[in-house]
Design a protein around this ligand. Structure first.
Ligand code: MRU
Length: 348
């Protein structure tokens, strides 16, 4: 498999610990942190040092593997109880991205089937590595499908970071841009800065520049004008959870872009792996939306920019209803409406 030049892996397994790219330090420093315990992993997810739905799932799976290899319990039932507790704790790190629960469910079922402590340790490490390597292949497939929807010279808008560093490799919404670079197809990307945490400005701009993609940064409130003034041909975004009818939770601001795409008559694509679908939810109304620290809004780089004690609403995600989505690009192919029927057929 070809490598994207100059972009470090977001997560790597190193036998006794994992090493993550500290996404909070970007774009100023390319800094790596070693995580030795499930508690370290929990903190890294909560603090957004690692973020992005697939990367959260992969890192949590490695957290469960670290729990297993660190466990001192020699008796199988006590060992399983300890690892299960750590899995439950990891599952409480963030609420919206379903990949977290999907990955931990896979780890939990491997744990449940284990017959010996040593067998469980080996099997859990293997399962976490499989979750990682499968995601790398999935990202590349999503990229190939997405690239088939674009034409040379297209200008495409995106929000947040659904890229290499939000996954094992390649990303979802950003995968077609990395592949386009490999294939020397020219595409232009408009990246929304993504207030308040600036995943677009700090991460997507950095990642695409590392890969040599033609990227232009805009603030979120410039999206409508930019689509019109620059003739943007399509919008592509990632996803944190997709319900059975295609309703999609993604980074706050995504819904606004979908409405704009509809207004301007351009396609609005969601790119996501099968692990992002939550078929237990008939629609998006019950997707849990994370609300984060008000200081993300009242302060910029630790400097207060709003009056003290102002009321703040800081949802990290919104839900775009399926009727605004032109197609959902997955590792199982491109899913078009009718979503209820076509998602059920594609995603099992
Ligand atoms: O809060 P974040 O940075 O974890 O939010 C990430 C997103 O909303 C991404 O678009 C989504 O997880 C897809 S990542 C391939």
């Amino acid at each position: 498999m070809q490598k994207i030049l100059n972009i470090p892996y977001s997560v790597q397994w190193n036998d006794t610990h994992i090493t993550i790219l500290n996404q909070q330090a970007l774009p100023h420093h390319t800094e790596f942190i070693d995580l030795h315990t499930p508690g370290d992993v929990f903190q890294a997810i909560v603090s957004l040092q690692v973020r992005g739905a697939p990367a959260i799932g992969i890192t949590a799976a490695f957290g469960a593997a670290l729990s297993a290899i660190n466990a001192k319990e020699e008796e199988l039932a006590a060992f399983k109880k300890k690892v299960e507790e750590d899995i439950q704790h990891l599952a409480s790190s963030r609420p919206t991205a379903v990949n977290l629960f999907w990955a931990l469910r896979r780890m939990g079922s491997v744990l449940a089937k284990a017959k010996t402590v040593n067998g469980a340790k080996t099997a859990l490490v293997h399962e976490a590595i499989s979750i990682f390597t499968e995601d790398e292949a999935v990202g590349r497939t999503i990229g190939e499908h997405a690239l088939s929807l674009f034409n040379t010279g297209d200008s495409i808008m995106t929000i947040c970071n659904a890229g290499s560093i939000a996954t094992a490799r390649y990303g979802t919404a950003l995968a077609p841009f990395h592949l386009a670079r490999e294939k020397e197809i020219s595409l232009k990307v408009y990246a929304c800065e993504t207030r308040p945490v600036l995943q677009g400005a700090r991460l997507t701009a950095w990642e695409l520049m590392q890969s040599g993609v033609d990227v232009t940064l805009i603030t979120d409130n410039m999206a409508a004008h930019t689509i019109h003034a620059k003739g943007v041909q399509a919008i592509i975004v990632g996803a944190d959870r997709i319900a059975a009818n295609g309703d999609t939770a993604n980074k706050i601001g995504t819904l606004g872009l979908a409405i704009l795409a509809n207004h301007f008559g351009i396609p609005f694509y969601v790119a996501a792996p099968s692990s992002t679908f939550d078929l237990s939810l008939p629609d998006g109304t019950t997707i849990p939306i994370e609300e984060r620290n008000p200081e993300e809004i009242t302060h910029i780089q630790n400097i207060r920019v709003a009056p003290k004690d102002v009321a703040v609403f800081n949802p990290a995600f919104d839900v775009t209803s399926a009727e605004l989505i032109t197609a959902i690009i997955t590792d199982k192919g491109i899913i078009s409406p009718d979503y209820k029927e076509n998602i059920a057929a594609a995603i099992r």
